[in-house]
Design a binder for this molecule. Sequence first.
Ligand SMILES: NC(=O)c1ccc[n+]([C@@H]2O[C@H](COP(=O)([O-])OP(=O)(O)OC[C@H]3O[C@@H](n4cnc5c(N)ncnc54)[C@H](O)[C@@H]3O)[C@@H](O)[C@H]2O)c1
Ligand SMILES: O=P(O)(O)OC[C@@H](O)[C@@H](O)[C@H](O)[C@H](O)CO
Length: 428
Amino acid sequence: MTRLDRSSANARQAAPVRAVHLGLGAFHRAHQAWYTMADPEWGIAAYTFRNTELPHLLTEQEGLYSLQVSGEAEPHIDIVDSISRAHPGQDTDQWLADLASPEVALLTLTITEAAYHVGGDLDGTAIGRVLAGLRRRYRAGGAPIALVPCDNLAGNGTVLRSNLHAAAAEDSTEFRAWLDESVSFVNTVVDRITPASTEQAPATTSKLTGLDDRAPVVTEPFTEWLLAGDFPLGRPAWERAGARFVDDLDSYQQRKLWFLNGAHSLLAYVGPALGCETIDQAVQHPMLSELMESWWDTAARHASLPADDLAEYRQRLLRRFASRGIRHNLLQIAADGSQKIPARILPVLRAERSLGRMPNSAVATLAGWLIHLRTREVRDPRAAELVTTARSPDPARRVIAALDADLAEDRALISAIETAGKELETRS
Ligand SMILES: NC(=O)c1ccc[n+]([C@@H]2O[C@H](COP(=O)([O-])OP(=O)(O)OC[C@H]3O[C@@H](n4cnc5c(N)ncnc54)[C@H](O)[C@@H]3O)[C@@H](O)[C@H]2O)c1
Ligand SMILES: O=P(O)(O)OC[C@@H](O)[C@@H](O)[C@H](O)[C@H](O)CO
């Protein structure tokens, strides 16, 4: 078998680095790097957070990897060639040099929802690394730059802006003025379901291309990227691959977070109690599919996009979730619930409770999350506190209080969560 590199794949030479990425994982490679391929003038220097193996594998492949676009039929393979260099996050000198370079016009980020909220010591955190890079850029002449977060949180650019400004509170007035004037924060809505790659993925690439790829990515055909904000030093022509530049993202962000990600979290917390392991299995389960439809009906009552648009979005989600080409593990989605539930579930729950209604789908999601905290190995930045609380007396009220003190005072809600939890436990 032929090793994947630029010559065996007949790919262009690595483009000059004009974009930097932090959080090199599956999603960046299925999404932003794929869009950037549409503009051959732009190369990416991509950094992991901790992982050292992936940059090593990609460097051996001259930045290339196969993207398996997997629907119902045999996957289609794109060889993605926009990553010019891949680095481990610990490569601090190169990171600082890249961010200081006036040739670099933008920094994209996929650092997980959890990484946006930091308190205390910034050392080693994503926000700390970005701030160090921006300080170096300021000292090197202060060329403007666009920061483009691509994580699933509402107003991701605005959140990044306020957290970076807070982190820079002790910096000089001149540096903070430069942050204000020369660093643009772009809000984005990103969508392409991309689970962690499987052990079988290299064999699929090899079967379909004859190339030996040690770092393939599996994704779905659907993809969306909506952006709002300025790019003072320019940007790749991402619109060639379908990205859309809009003025207002709120209604699209709400649709994505409530309908897609909210349903994902519902299935991730309730599904395991009913014996399901993946999203495609979960949507075939009658009780889960009914709960999901009920969640969408509930969310639709509070969503701002027109009903027709939402109905079409739901139909498409059903097809995307049911696709057998994508095995999206529920436990992967269940990670970091304390960061995801507030954006995906609680806005709708609060709106319903203020109208005196008890949405059984949101209640079941929270009950499933409690069971998850009690019975699973929990990956969450607040795991220690939440796991202890979930395994102590009065868990429903106290765990909900960790997310929202007012909701925890709603006795009818807490009692509904307790009842739903008991029902789920009898089924598991
Ligand atoms: N996978 C998807 O379908 C998808 C779709 C839309 C958005 N996203 C966003 O992309 C993010 C990454 O998803 P992925 O599929 O690439 O996951 P992944 O596990 O393949 O990669 C996660 C990336 O985040 C980095 N990371 C993890 N913890 C971090 C921390 N505390 N601080 C900074 N960086 C950290 C990792 O090093 C890695 O580079 C998600 O959290 C989500 O916000 C993912
Ligand atoms: O990536 P996370 O951990 O924020 O959330 C898990 C899934 O809900 C998410 O990855 C979706 O698949 C994605 O948002 C689809 O675009």
